[in-house]
Every structure is written in structure tokens, then in C-alpha cells.
Write a protein that binds this ligand. Structure first.
Ligand SMILES: NC(=O)C1=CN([C@@H]2O[C@H](COP(=O)(O)OP(=O)(O)OC[C@H]3O[C@@H](n4cnc5c(N)ncnc54)[C@H](OP(=O)(O)O)[C@@H]3O)[C@@H](O)[C@H]2O)C=CC1
Ligand SMILES: O=C1O[C@H](COP(=O)(O)O)[C@@H](O)[C@H](O)[C@H]1O
Length: 595
């Protein structure tokens, strides 16, 4: 029986006076109190999306997240796709995958991976597509094409895809059988990225596979950025879907500063409308990043505390325990601030700090994110610490330094580590340091958000308990990876007759709570692109705002040839990061005992 999703759209409060010190946070008069006493009946409850990967969660067409309640009937209204298209069959109760009826015989989706012979295609895109297929998330009629200059037959592509299957599905039941079926849908066409003629050949073959159905086409540009525009031009002029939609997923880097990013956007827009461009930031597809808004807007207990009044600082931390191995050539042109901070960490910051959006619709969310980015104070070069890893020998194993990579110039000053202090000059966040730290070749691999709360004023236990309560402020940690978790550090009494305080974690560890594995970010994003759901993709004004923030400081650091602090491969990074944090009275949270 179909399940009825209950809309979780928030009925949001006005928060204009929320930063005053007045009323108790628990009071119903509190302007942050997000739900009216009696929640109105959801406008509609629709089952627009459902596949095996997400059995308890459905996405409404407007992007609203809805929880299913088993046993109730589906009341789904239907809406057609925006950008596009010719009619898609109205939703049915069964076999509905997002905007597609999986058993719809009239339309088809062709996904072309441009740059199919490359690293990202093998490592992420094909495995994600297979996982979606395995979970029955792709429409009934779909075809996958690999396109690149390398000469390959269909059989060779299939062999490559099956050999590089690194996805979470590979140990599952019937994986081999499903893979065989999936591979039968994969084809390859060799061509140049700047040849309209070659794309016209692709178009011809796509048409044969589409067999007269309404064709919808998704091109995934998994190629180096200098050939993005050529490929978009040729795809758009020679291989656009004639009746259905055409969308293009673009991978970062989206330029290396405001100027080059604007030029790229301008060039892309010669051939595509903004609605057709899906700029990927795969961190937005990570489960815990997706969960950030749920945490904030569907729990009463967090949103009232989400401001300068209660939060002392926020830390956004990314570290990898390996270097730029194999990607030094690309990396040296960008550095860690462009590779990680300007996009992944800044996107998380925007989601973390935004005001409550009007709805969960993509445009409403992206509007709020842009406002955060535009409210940010210019980053001072003095508030940035740069580092670069050097070789190190440990336990008889020697690890290379960054400049030992043959594709990196010996005198490169490109930072592989950076820490920075950022501020949002708006009413909610005035004065709260948002500290970012990102590095390669560090001692561990992690990505997390740490929220350190203010001290308890006039704390009764400050002196008598023998605990340094100043050190024991509440901290909320959202661990994006690995071992996805949300935990809250609280102070509690050590059991016994005495009065000694301890700090413990209230811990939601995903692998203990949920038996199903977490889908890879690329699965979610590819599915969203097929669906036309833009919430997790970067709009051009968001991108402009992100570059407007980072370009001046990058220019300053580069023009002044700021020398990075050298840190040994596998270490915790430069000491300068600690001085930077101390300047704002902050201690990095990832150095604690629970780490
Ligand atoms: N790899 C990763 O982990 C990540 C990659 N990205 C981005 O994704 C995109 C693809 O990355 P990745 O797969 O690593 O890239 P690759 O360097 O592996 O390039 C992909 C394909 O593009 C073709 N190609 C490479 N260099 C050139 C060139 N100079 N001129 C024309 N064609 C070329 C090659 O195919 P052929 O010779 O067969 O035509 C190659 O197989 C890039 O934009 C990258 O920045 C983003 C995040 C992570
Ligand atoms: O975009 C990038 O991300 C990866 C890290 O992604 P993750 O999902 O494995 O955490 C990073 O290694 C790479 O340098 C960067 O370009």
C-alpha cells in the first residue's frame, strides 16, 4: 500500500528580535519557537519520489522533505518538470521515481559521461549510476554513454566499469546479476571535446537508443575545466534533446577567481540557460550536510540556540591523511583554499548559518545561502594561515613532500593546508568566529562541523566541583565523515556520593542507529539532476558571492608570495593554526580526548 508522506515544511517564525537577551529560550513567546501550537494540515502530501535506497524518505517535487507514514494512502498531486519539458506522464502511485514514472514507456533518459575514461568517472560516476540502478532509482528507459577521446569499444567500457566498481553495492545480493543488466545499458562513443561533428554522431546513436521516445539528456562534464566550454558548445549545438530536457552537470573548479568564474559562467550561458546548469559541490550531497537543515529546522532544541547569543564559535574542519598523490598537476594551480574552502566548507557554512528559508524549495534555500555569503566580512590575509606538507619518515616508511610530486614545481608555494577566521556581519552572527581548517597529508581523515557554545553564566559548579567548567562548554559535533555522527557534549555528574563533573557525549552514531549504508554523495546528486531538483547544486549568484569573498584574500596572499609553514606529512598541521584560533579565544575542537 502506498505510504503518505507528511510534509515537514516548517512554518517559520520571524526572527528579527531573536538576538536580544530577553526571554527564556524555553518560553512559547520566544520568537524562535518554530511551530504554531496546532500545526496546520500540510498543504499536500505527495509521494513524488521513492526508491529502494531511501525507503523511509521521499522528496516532494518542490524539494520538501517528507517522512512516510506507512499505511496511509498517497494523495500525490502532480506537477510537470520545469525546464523543459514535454509532458512527463502524471505521477502514479506505483513505480514513481521522482518526476519519472519508472514504467513510463513514452520517455527516456540518456546520461552521457563526458570524460568517461578519467579518474572521477571510474571512481565515482559509474559506481554511483550503478548504485542508483541497483536501488531501482533510474527510470525504466535509460541509457548511459561514455564519451571521451580514448578509443574504446562498448565491451571495453563495460569491462572498465565492472573492474572499477568501488561502490557500496559490490558485496550485496545479486550484485553480479544486476551489474550485468546495468552494463547492457552502457555504451561508448569516442570523440573530440571540441568537435560538433563527433557530438552529432553521438546524437545519432542516442536517437537510435531513444527509439522515438521523448528524450531527456543529461551530460556529466567529467573533464578538465579548460575544455568545459568546448564540450558544452558541441553538446548543446549538436546533441541537445529534441523534445525533452537537456541538463549539464559541471564539476569544479568553476574558475580560480571572480574573473575567471564569471567568464566561465558567461561562456556556459551562451549555450545553456541557468536552469540547465547543475554545478556540483559533492559535499552538499553528503548525508550529514543534508541533515544539517533537518537538525536545525525540525528540532525545537537547536534553532533557538543558533545565534551569537549562545554560540561562541563554529569550526569547519576538513582533513585528509593522504597528499595530492596523482593530482598534483591540477592541485598546484588551485591550492587548498580553492580546492576545499571556497566551495565545500563555505557551502556548509552557508547552510549552517542561513536564516530559515521560506520553504524547502531550491530557490528559497539558495536565496538564504546567498544572503549569508553576501553578509560576510572580507577575509583578512592576517587571518589566514598557510601550510605545505614536507616529507616525513615514520616507522621506517617515508612519505613524500608536496614538491616531491613530479608534476609540482620544486619551488611551489601552493598551500596544502590553510586555516582561516571568517565572520558574518549580520544580526544573528555578529562577532562569532567561523574558523575553517583544511589540509592534506594530515594525521587523520575527517570532515566535521563543531559548534562551541558559550559558558554557562554564573555557573554554580565553576569552583566547587573541581572541574574546569570553562573548558567544558557544550559542543555540538556534526561529523560528516568518516563514521557519520551527531554528538553533543554535555556536563554530567560522575555517579557516586561526591560531586565531580564529567563531560559525556550524547551520541547519534549513524552506523549504530541505522543498518542501511549511507549512499554516496554522487548518487544523491546524480539522482537529483535526473529529477531536476536543484537544491543541492550551486546557483551562479552563489558562486559569484563565494568568489567575491575569496578572491581578494587569495590575490593578497599570492601577490605577496606568502610562504606556507611547512608541516610533516601525517602531522596535525602548522602550529600557526593554533595561534590563529587563540587570537579569537578559540581552541580547535578536534584536539580533544574523544577524537
Ligand atoms: N578526480 C577527482 O577525484 C575529482 C575530480 N574533479 C573534477 O572532475 C573533473 C574530472 O576529473 P578527473 O576525472 O580527475 O580528470 P582526468 O584528468 O582524469 O580527465 C578526465 C578525462 O578527460 C580527458 N582529458 C584529460 N586531460 C585532457 C586535456 N588536457 N585535454 C583534453 N582532454 C583531456 C581524458 O580523456 P581522453 O583522453 O580519453 O579524452 C581523461 O580521461 C575535473 O574537472 C576535476 O577537476 C572534482 C572533484 C574530485
Ligand atoms: O573536491 C575535492 O574533494 C576531495 C575530497 O572529497 P571526499 O568526498 O573524499 O571527502 C578532495 O580529495 C579533492 O582534493 C577535492 O578536489
Amino acid at each position: 500500500m502506498a505510504a503518505t508522506p507528511i510534509s515537514l515544511s516548517t512554518h517559520c517564525c520571524s526572527s528579527s528580535s531573536a538576538y536580544s537577551n530577553s526571554s527564556s529560550i524555553w518560553s512559547h513567546q520566544n520568537p524562535y519557537f518554530p511551530f504554531p501550537a496546532a500545526s496546520p494540515k500540510p498543504k499536500y502530501a505527495s509521494l513524488q519520489f521513492k526508491c529502494n535506497a531511501f525507503p523511509n524518505v521521499v522528496f516532494m517535487q518542490d524539494g520538501a522533505l517528507a517522512a512516510t507514514v506507512a499505511g496511509l494512502e498517497n494523495e500525490a498531486p502532480s506537477k510537470n518538470l520545469k525546464d523543459g519539458l514535454t509532458s512527463v506522464a502524471p505521477p502514479k502511485e506505483k513505480n514513481q521515481i521522482g518526476n519519472f514514472d519508472v514504467s513510463d514507456d513514452k520517455s527516456t533518459v540518456s546520461i552521457t559521461v563526458v570524460g568517461a575514461s578519467g579518474d572521477l568517472a571510474k571512481k565515482k560516476i559509474f559506481p554511483a549510476l550503478f548504485a542508483l540502478y541497483y536501488e531501482d532509482c533510474l527510470p525504466e528507459h535509460f541509457t548511459i554513454f561514455g564519451y571521451a577521446r580514448s578509443k574504446m569499444t562498448d565491451a571495453e567500457l563495460r569491462d572498465m566499469v565492472s573492474r572499477t566498481l568501488t561502490c557500496r553495492i559490490d558485496k550485496r545480493e545479486n550484485c553480479g546479476e544486476k551489474m550485468e543488466q546495468f552494463l547492457q545499458r552502457c555504451f561508448y562513443h569516442s570523440g573530440q571535446y571540441d568537435s560538433q561533428e563527433n557530438f552529432a554522431e553521438l546524437d545519432k546513436i542516442l536517437k537510435e537508443h531513444e527509439a522515438g521516445r521523448v528524450s531527456n539528456r543529461l551530460f556529466y562534464l567529467s573533464i578538465p575545466p579548460n575544455i568545459f566550454v568546448d564540450a558544452v558548445k558541441c553538446a548543446s549545438l549538436s546533441a541537445t534533446a529534441s523534445a525533452g530536457w537537456t541538463r549539464v552537470i559541471v564539476e569544479k573548479p568553476f574558475g580560480r577567481d571572480s574573473e575567471s568564474s564569471a567568464a566561465l559562467t558567461k561562456s556556459l550561458k551562451q549555450y545553456l540557460t541557468e536552469d540547465q546548469i547543475f554545478r556540483i559541490d559533492h559535499y552538499l550531497g553528503k548525508e550529514l550536510v543534508e541533515n544539517l537543515s533537518v537538525l536545525r529546522f525540525s528540532n525545537l532544541i537547536f534553532e533557538p540556540l543558533w545565534s551569537r547569543q549562545y554560540i561562541r564559535n563554529v569550526q569547519l574542519i576538513f582533513s585528509e591523511d593522504f597528499g595530492t598523490e596523482g593530482r598534483g598537476g591540477y592541485f598546484d594551480h588551485y591550492g587548498i583554499m580553492r580546492d576545499i574552502m571556497q566551495n565545500h566548507l563555505l557551502q556548509i557554512l552557508a547552510l549552517f548559518a542561513m536564516e530559515t528559508p521560506v520553504s524547502l524549495d531550491a530557490e528559497d534555500i539558495r536565496n538564504e545561502k546567498v544572503k549569508v555569503l553576501r553578509s560576510m566580512r572580507p577575509i583578512r590575509a592576517d587571518d589566514v594561515i598557510l601550510g605545505q606538507y614536507k616529507s616525513h619518515t615514520k616507522g621506517g616508511v617515508s612519505y613524500p613532500g608536496y614538491t616531491d610530486d613530479k608534476t609540482v614545481p620544486k619551488d611551489s608555494l601552493t598551500p596544502t593546508f590553510a586555516a582561516a577566521a571568517l565572520f558574518i556581519d549580520n544580526a544573528r552572527w555578529d562577532g562569532v568566529p567561523f574558523l575553517m581548517k583544511a589540509g592534506k597529508a594530515l594525521h587523520d581523515k575527517r570532515a566535521e562541523i563543531r559548534v562551541q557554545f558559550r559558558n554557562v553564566p554564573g555557573n554554580l559548579y565553576n569552583r566547587s566541583s573541581g572541574t574546569d567548567i570553562d573548558q567544558a562548554t557544550n559542543e555540538l559535533v556534526i561529523r560528516v565523515q568518516p563514521d557519520e555522527a551527531i554528538y553533543l557534549k554535555i556536563n554530567n555528574k560522575v555517579p557516586g556520593l561526591g560531586m565531580r563533573l564529567d563531560q559525556s557525549n550524547l551520541n547519534l552514531l549513524y552506523k549504530a542507529r541505522y543498518s542501511k549504508e549511507i549512499p554516496d554523495a554522487y548518487e544523491r546528486l546524480l539522482l537529483d539532476a535526473v529529477e531536476g531538483e536543484r537544491r543541492l547544486f550551486i546557483r551562479s549568484d552563489e558562486l559569484d558571492a563565494a568568489w567575491a569573498l575569496f578572491t581578494p584574500v587569495l590575490k593578497d596572499l599570492e601577490e605577496n608570495r606568502k610562504v606556507p609553514e611547512y608541516y610533516p606529512y601525517g602531522s596535525r598541521g602548522p602550529v600557526g593554526a593554533h595561534y590563529l584560533a587563540a587570537r579569537y579565544n578559540v581552541k580547535w575542537g578536534d584536539l580533544g580526548v574523544d577524537e
